[in-house]
Design a protein around this ligand. Structure first.
Ligand code: MG
Length: 453
């Protein structure tokens, strides 16, 4: 009897609430047929009168307007005209990601609610049982970003608003300067400084100085490997980098922040010695001193130098960051946002960084699509512990494929204020630039030994 009274009390209170709100749904709930009442009860309160939206289809779109393979996920919904876009770019194995999206993710998602991003992420993540690989994480990232895009569009807000709103005016970026000699490189740094950049990454030639050494390696003379395999002389690289810093500092002054990426291409103990020598040039950060197989070397590095370190673009699982961040073994989080699985896991790692004073420095080269760059930027704007953002300047073809691309001014990246992620895709334009299956990441020592990135 008591129970019955309590339940009728609740209904009365709910009825009053609905009547005061004056919503059509409320009135139907009170006076409508049982079926209408049931429909109202299942409608989530957070939807505030918006009809439920379901996923109709999930498909991959591939394009290469600048030569690098880009893979996008388009999530179409039951609401006419409403769709979301996400970046799923694993440029080196793009075709495998497309199969994961079109053949598995579409089937997994069709008919599901677009609202529950966390639940969708968690369930899709384990839906293959075996997980964490770059192929499946990239597919998952495309879905995750597309759902954030949809949520922003439904709310009428840019995604950064949903993440907490702006912490800063715009996204401070670093530019890439490279040159065949330290002097040519210094000229390039100066050009970026003249454009307003306060941070410049300096590399002589490709990663590890690839392409700058004219010596013909023994493996090529012996006909070992493929014609396009690259050669790196680790000793030359290790001697050149301090000279490069010295020349750029002398020519460009002390104020510009200098960054450098070792790209894991030397022995760990050599990387430590190199970073110690660079201390006098106070780099903003040195990136990727060790490959993920050599993570324990960070403890040795920290006892020998105070140069700030950036790490993480090769990590697959967000758990890989945890222990090294808790131990404060690096200072900047390098996340390739599609590799880690999208905005949802990237936000968790960014927040973890706040507790340990570790800042973000998301990976942002030309093999992150403009949609991925937008996702980076929305997080950059919203988290307190933002550090710096890697920039990429899209050519005209890419801008035609992706209306709403980010822009740069005075070294800052700006996004448009459109609801969602703010970047669209012109599928007709995208189809003009088919993707390929070749990637050239084979780098060898003179005797032919593979150098791990
Ligand atoms: Mg890197």
């Amino acid at each position: 009897m008591k129970e019955k009274q309590a339940s009728s009390e609740i209904s009365r209170r709910e009825a009053m609430k609905l009547l005061t709100a004056g919503s059509a749904a409320g009135i139907i709930g009170l006076f409508g047929a049982p079926a209408a009442r049931a429909a109202t009860q299942t409608k989530p309160s957070y939807a505030k009168g918006m009809p439920p939206v379901k996923i109709k289809s999930v498909k991959a779109i591939a394009t290469a307007p600048e030569g690098s393979n880009l893979v996008l996920v388009k999530v179409d919904t039951t609401e006419p005209g409403l769709y979301g876009l996400g970046c799923a770019t694993f440029t080196q194995r793009a075709v495998a990601v497309i199969a994961a999206i079109d053949s598995y993710l579409n089937d997994f998602c069709a008919g599901k609610d677009v609202d529950n991003i966390e639940d969708m992420w968690q369930s899709a993540f384990v839906s293959s049982y075996w997980r964490n690989g770059p192929v499946l994480n990239n597919a998952l990232s495309g879905l995750d970003m597309a759902l954030w895009d949809i949520k922003g569009k439904r709310a009428g807000m840019p995604v950064y608003q949903l993440l907490g709103g702006k912490c800063r005016i715009a996204v401070d970026c670093y530019a890439h300067a490279s040159g065949p000699s330290p002097e040519a490189l210094a000229d390039r740094v100066q050009q970026f400084m003249d454009q307003g950049f306060r941070h410049v990454r300096i590399q002589q030639g490709g990663y590890g100085g690839v392409g700058t050494v004219k010596q013909q390696p023994d493996f090529k003379q012996a006909g070992f490997g493929r014609e396009q395999d690259q050669f790196m002389n680790q000793g030359t690289y290790l001697r050149n980098v301090p000279v490069m810093f010295d020349v750029v500092r002398k020519r460009c002054g002390e104020e510009v922040e200098l960054l450098h990426d070792i790209h894991e291409r030397v022995e760990p103990i050599d990387a430590i010695n190199l970073i110690k020598q660079l201390e006098q040039y106070h780099p903003y950060f040195i990136e990727d001193p060790f490959s993920p197989e050599n993570m324990k070397w960070f403890r040795h590095l920290r006892t020998h130098t105070t140069v700030p370190i950036a790490m993480g673009e090769l990590f697959n699982n967000y758990n890989e960051f945890r222990d090294y961040m808790v131990e404060q073994l690096f200072d900047y989080i390098r996340i390739h946002i599609s590799q880690i699985g999208g905005i949802t896991p990237a936000m968790k790692i960014a927040r973890l960084g706040e507790w340990f004073n570790i800042k973000t420095a998301w990976h942002g080269p030309g093999d992150v699509s403009p949609v991925g760059h937008a996702a980076n930027a929305h997080i950059d704007l919203a988290v307190w512990n933002f550090g710096i953002q890697e920039s990429h300047f899209w050519n005209e073809k890419a801008q035609a494929v992706f209306p709403g691309c980010q822009t740069y001014n005075n070294g800052y990246m700006y996004i448009n204020e459109a609801p969602g992620l703010g970047v669209d895709i012109n599928e007709k334009e995208a189809a003009k630039y088919p993707i390929g299956t070749r990637s050239n990441w084979t780098v060898r020592k003179s005797d032919g030994t593979i150098i791990r990135p």
